[in-house]
Design a protein around this ligand. Structure first.
Ligand code: HEM
Length: 390
């Protein structure tokens, strides 16, 4: 099967209690499911805190890394000052120079993909596109991407190597780059970290590592998954592609809708500093809850026909990129990549066909949802070839 299973595993629990208890490797964590509750909790860092190294991701990551990821594992007001340090890099996708560079990158990658009879989208298209686009965001040379591509679709997890080994490799790479930046400073992200100051003092080495590791971890599988969702959806709904071709103005709202329905990051944790209660479920101090973006994005009290992909949906205040202080820093990058790709597919009249694939399910006792593909073969046909061949 190669379609995307967009069913919503949280619907029943969301309607009944608004909370789902999930056993993550022996740690029982209540997932907060309703849109209003998720947004409220995301704004209440006194009760639901991110000030917890290794414990914002679920399962937690003590065994794969040694530093606190910044700015995600800290609460305001410190978070505000940490986030401001890297904000200029994450704002680059709004600049003409970066927009142009991503256009050229996508153009080249589509030229290569359309020249093949079949392209494996996950490893041969989405992963290289994500990594090459990241070089542009971070001001690194394009060939740096080749090493990042070799790390696979997730920096910590996957079948290619044990998680600890992958974590060590990323740590070593980041430290090497910071050393290089200290020796030969430039305009890149690592060099900027070595020059940055936090509340009047230089960043510590561990803080620099924490920023850099998150930048590699945060926007990898999420981008790969939203790219594959988008390509499969357009391949299987040619009428949507035709509509976007006729009205490119809808590309922006279509992207928001793809992010809402696919919700590449299902949920993310918060630690409760005090005993608390979520919808009648008691949570002890130092235990965790999780904010389930994927469920909030299907809340029927907020989104009409929540399971349908409606590319011109009005009032689409989805939380696919999070909510509150920690709202995704990479959202502009994600939107730029998607906008450029869909735009060029439309302009160049590229036809998309799914050949075969193996869906990837995120699965825990309590829920199972498709978040991507292990592999996905597609054929991308350029207009000239189609006209000539027909
Ligand atoms: C479709 C793609 C993406 C999705 C769905 C996504 C989703 C999210 C979500 C839900 C959060 C909030 C986490 C929380 O509240 O604790 C977040 C935060 C973050 N994301 Fe993304 N993300 C995507 C792409 C990216 C990319 C491309 C990058 C980097 C290049 C990135 C870097 C970050 C960072 C640094 C944060 C932490 C922000 C903070 O703590 O202030 N993300 N992302």
């Amino acid at each position: 099967m190669s379609s995307w299973d967009t069913s919503d595993p949280f619907a029943e629990a969301r309607t009944k209690t608004g909370v789902l208890d999930v056993d993550f490797d022996g740690e029982h964590i209540p997932l907060v499911l309703r849109y209003g509750d998720v947004r409220k909790a995301a704004g209440d860092y006194g009760t639901f805190s991110s000030n917890a190294p290794f414990r914002v991701p679920i399962p937690s990551e003590e065994h794969v890394r040694t530093t606190r990821q910044l700015p995600i594992e800290i609460d305001p007001p410190e978070h505000t000052d940490y986030r401001a340090i890297v904000q200029p890099f994450f704002s680059r996708p709004k600049k003409a120079e970066m927009i142009e560079a991503v256009e050229t990158l996508v153009e080249t990658m589509l030229d290569e993909a359309t020249a093949l009879d079949s392209v494996e989208i996950i490893h041969e298209f989405a992963l290289p596109l994500q990594s090459r686009a990241l070089t542009l965001l971070l001001g690194m040379p394009m060939d740096a991407a080749e090493e990042w591509i070799a790390w696979g679709t997730h920096v910590f997890h996957g079948h290619d190597a044990p998680s600890e080994e992958k974590g060590d490799r990323l740590d070593a790479y980041v430290r090497e780059q910071l050393d290089r930046a200290e020796r030969e400073p430039g305009d890149d992200f690592f060099s900027a970290l070595t020059r940055a100051s936090y509340r009047g003092r230089p960043l510590t080495h561990e803080e620099m590592v924490g920023f850099a590791v998150l930048t590699f971890a945060g926007g990898r599988d999420t981008i790969i998954n939203i790219l594959s969702f988008t390509l499969v959806h357009l391949a299987e709904h040619p009428q949507v592609l035709t509509r976007l071709r006729e009205s490119p103005i809808l590309i922006r709202s279509a992207i928001e809708e793809f992010v809402r329905v696919a919700s590449p990051l299902t949920h993310i944790g918060r630690v409760c500093p005090h005993n608390t209660d979520v919808n009648g479920v008691a949570v002890k101090a130092d235990h965790r809850i999780s904010l389930c973006w994927a469920s909030a994005n299907r809340d029927e009290t907020v989104f009409e026909s929540p399971d349908e992909v409606i590319i011109d949906r009005k009032r689409n205040a989805h939380v696919g990129f999070g909510s509150g202080a920690h709202t995704c820093l990479g959202a502009s990058q994600a939107r730029l990549i998607l906008r450029t790709l869909i735009g060029q597919i439309c302009e160049r009249g590229i036809a998309l066909e799914v050949l075969d694939g193996e869906p990837h399910y995120e699965e825990w006792p309590g829920y199972r949802r498709q978040t991507g593909f292990n592999y996905l073969n597609m054929k991308l046909t350029a207009r000239t070839e189609r006209e000539g061949g027909l």
